[in-house]
Design a binder for this molecule. Sequence first.
Ligand SMILES: Cc1ncc(COP(=O)(O)O)c(C=O)c1O
Length: 394
Amino acid sequence: MATEVYDFDTIHDRKNTQAYKWTWFPDAIPLSVAEMEFPVAPEVLDALHQRVEHGFFGYTGPADELREVIVQKMKDLHSWDVNPDHILFNPGMVLMLNVIAQCVGKAGDGILMTMPAYGPFLRVPENRGRFPQMVAMTRVDDDASTFHYEMDFDAFEAAIIPQTSLYFLCNPHNPVGLAFKQAELERIAEICLKHDIVIASDDIHCEIQLGDSQHIPIASLSSEIADKTITMISHTKPYNMAGLACSAAIVSNDDLRERIQAKSRASGYHSDTLAFTAMLAAYRDSGAWLHAASRYITANRDYYVQFVRDNLPLLKTTIPDGTYMAWIDCSALNLSDEYDNASDFFFKEANVGLNPGTFFGDKFGDYVRLNFACPRAMLEEALHNMQAALEKLG
Ligand SMILES: Cc1ncc(COP(=O)(O)O)c(C=O)c1O
């Protein structure tokens, strides 16, 4: 399955590098944490080598060129005009969500999130003196093997109370793989604007295009929506370097941006020198790698979904059109108490590491999340192991 220039087929041994993905489920096939089993783009490696050779790693800010590259990217991909002065840099998305929670509304306010949700979203409200307002998305079963989620706009609006001041949007959505369509984003924005709710849009997975899916940043829809939105992007997921942490927040509302900047400064965090280098090389030079990786991952997704249809009748899966994770319903397994949950079952019986559904909300104990951004042979082995384990269940 080699693509023209890049080798995504080789399995790289990452044992003894302290990578969480390889230590959380020791010696298992690693399909959990949201990172790819591919080395970074050669352009990123070259830039890092050059920067390391320089030998100085002092406190460092972003190059002006990085702002310009982001502005150009937003224009090219989304026809969205971003002012370079509206971009803030910070060491990471989860940190930023914590900062934003303290900059919007007041202590005791509610933060909306749609369930299931990326685990750290769930913890921000109590970390920051707010409370979570969890709204279930509607699950729609397509056929015996697949299902998808849709926003329940009535439930979303009904959950809003006077104390609700912020919504954590995740687009594309981790873990359900939904790349929100324009009409859905317009409806979300309409409700948030009507109730004066700020949208923190976590677009960390945005540049990975599965098939012909398209990402639309909610703030790109109108300047009125942009004025109520903080859009967060990062090179770390699409270009695969979560350990070189840095993210950018686009905030056109002056008052909000100043508050976020002040709170970030007060927190004492500062970004990593090498992360800025990596971010620039990723965004400026690594488009061909990303395109090839997206194609490889799309083919993996299609292989995986067909495998579930043909060989795993006890499982039901989403067909993600964003991210590189599938969300799997394992409720038909009827597991004994011998296993903590379905993830524990697949770890013990199939030697495959998958995220337990409870990471994404208490009610999701019957689910697991599977990361298919890996060499095809690794995915094949994991799926065959899972098939054998399920067949033993009877
Ligand atoms: C939706 C989402 N947001 C944020 C993060 C983590 O971002 P960071 O490492 O910048 O804190 C992840 C990581 O998987 C994610 O999936």
